[in-house]
Design a protein around this ligand. Sequence first.
Ligand code: SF4
Length: 232
Amino acid sequence: MTALTETGDLQDLAERAGRELEEATAPEILAWATETFGAKFCVTSSMEDAVVAHLASRVRPGVDVVFLDTGYHFPETIGTRDAVEAVMDVRLITLTPRQSVAEQDAEYGPKLHDRDPDLCCALRKVKPLEEGLTGYDAWATGLRRDESPTRANTPVVGWDARRRKVKVAPIARWTQDDVEAYVAEHGVLTNPLLTDGYASVGCAPCTRRVLAGEDARAGRWAGRSKTECGLH
Ligand code: SF4
């Protein structure tokens, strides 16, 4: 494993790898990440599906898979998390916010997600992930360029300046068809909501089914100006 301790080294490495691995396959990108960062690499998963976790576990059995339990997930999402932990060769790590939903309601009032979703996401997603990633130098996500215009320029390997870590998007170049083909070929676990009209699955109060012709993330924070939770 390459010795990488200086943030400057990591940033240089990330930017170089982003250029050199642009045409690489997802397993090749993950092989580079696991060989380079070893135990300081993890996969994050929203449990919409387990595609990146599956890819990573084949490259590095026992890889850390980090799931953020906001306290507002659909039961189907928690069920998918439990199934992934039960059947896949990964080390599942569940992060939770400092406050339970009840504690947050007591301090900020009920339904903060309706009144100030940015603050709710900051408390229940951004902060816990920031703390949970402290021990890692690199993290992988399932971001894809075709998901929305805001994700169109996602590098396969980039520099996460806010967290000062390497951010890996091994399936950035995949299409929805690629995902579905991989799921079918390998029998990968997916969230049951994906076959119930939800194209993208987040917290229950902020996610609705999508309509015909809408892009995959149109059901997230629908009717509000918000399109991203602040994690990316
Ligand atoms: Fe809160 Fe909604 Fe963000 Fe979940 S997605 S943390 S419920 S605002």
